[in-house]
Design a protein around this ligand. Structure first.
Ligand SMILES: Nc1nc2c(ncn2[C@@H]2O[C@H](COP(=O)(O)OP(=O)(O)OP(=O)(O)O)[C@@H](O)[C@H]2O)c(=O)[nH]1
Ligand SMILES: [Mg+2]
Length: 317
């Protein structure tokens, strides 16, 4: 298929291959057990394949779509061997995901006409928000862009300190206040500072307390409103971070969060330590909001721009 002919950066692909190793090995061993001793893709094999996909966290709805596509293919072709199943899955899933009409990027791009470009990062506790912000800051800086971080997660002192550690590591300025101060006020100060510095990118960290949805929504709305006093069309991107290692739970979080507040893109983290990487396929298929980034490790370079074809290629090859 043509999209696999795209040349991906080999370094990026290697990190992705390594990051997805657990998910892939687990999937392949389940699949080979399921088709053991059978050479032809028939109704029984499809039944088992359905189970394997669901057990791999792809999600029921997306799994059913995939099975439908493969069934059609079985009807069309006279004979499909189980040895071809991996290749067929790769093609059909890539085809399915290409139907969602979001753009497929391969690198970090900030629109030039938005300055400063304001990125607000949201998500429940512990999913990897602060780490993702640090990695993003490093990537933007590498591109020669100036970055300012805002520590608007004022819920815990440790949260502010952790962002400070990243700011020092990447060597970018951070705007912070004391723990317990008004997050909207921190966001306001951050944007003011970015404008006065003529900075290219602002990344604002926020606290995630989903157990009180109304509170959370009000707080995020207030942060946005206050930011707009400085940059009228801010935030340009509201990035929801999801912990991929929680599998279907990440899926549920995405559902709940997107109902509670306006989210414009998704990041799925911790894919390296888990066998639940299939969840990215389901999330990418089921949500209109694009998965923009994936986290494949704790290191500063372990954040990638999500490209569904690269992903599927790494997963099923
Ligand atoms: N293996 C791995 N670990 C990750 C990844 N992203 C984040 N982590 C780890 O996950 C843990 C939580 O990350 P944080 O960035 O603190 O998460 P957070 O959402 O800011 O958490 P709170 O501030 O407590 O809400 C840290 O130990 C990170 O190193 C990833 O892609 N892979
Ligand atoms: Mg944090």
């Amino acid at each position: 298929m043509s999209f696999f002919k795209k040349i991906f950066s080999s370094e990026k692909k290697e990190t992705l291959d390594k990051g997805l190793e657990k998910s892939k090995t687990s999937f392949l061993s389940k699949l080979s057990k399921a088709v053991a001793g059978r050479s032809k893709v028939d109704a029984d094999v499809l039944d088992d394949l359905e189970e394997v996909l669901i057990a791999s966290d792809v999600g029921v709805n997306t799994t059913l779509k995939i099975i439908d596509r493969i069934e059609e293919r079985v009807d069309r072709d006279k004979y499909l061997g189980t040895d071809e199943l991996n290749k067929i899955l790769r093609e059909e899933i890539a085809g399915l995901l290409s139907e969602t009409n979001d753009e497929d990027a391969t690198e970090f791009v900030i629109p030039k006409d938005k300055k400063p470009y304001v990125l607000m990062v949201v998500g429940v506790n512990g999913v990897g928000k602060t780490t993702t912000i640090g990695k993003l800051a490093a990537q933007f800086k590498k591109q020669g862009l100036s970055v300012v971080l805002g520590a608007a997660d004022t819920f815990r002192a440790a949260a502010i300190d952790q962002l400070q550690v990243w700011a020092d590591r990447v060597d970018v300025p951070i705007v912070r206040q004391d723990m317990g101060s008004d997050p909207a006020s921190v966001a306001f100060d951050t944007l003011k500072s970015a404008v006065s510095k003529n900075a290219d990118v602002v990344i604002v960290d926020t606290a995630g307390r989903l157990h009180n949805k109304v509170n959370l929504m009000n707080e995020l709305t207030k942060i946005k409103r206050v930011m707009q006093k400085v940059v009228p069309d801010a935030p340009h991107d509201v990035l929801l971070v999801l912990d991929g290692s929680t599998g279907q739970n990440a899926f549920e979080q995405a559902k709940q969060f997107t109902l509670a507040t306006e989210v414009t893109s998704l990041a799925v983290t911790k894919l390296d330590g888990t066998a639940k990487g299939g969840v990215v396929i389901g999330i990418s298929d089921q949500f209109k909001i694009p998965v923009k980034y994936i986290g494949v490790g704790e290191g500063i370079d372990d954040l990638q721009v999500f490209n569904k074809f690269e992903f599927v290629d790494s997963f099923f090859k």
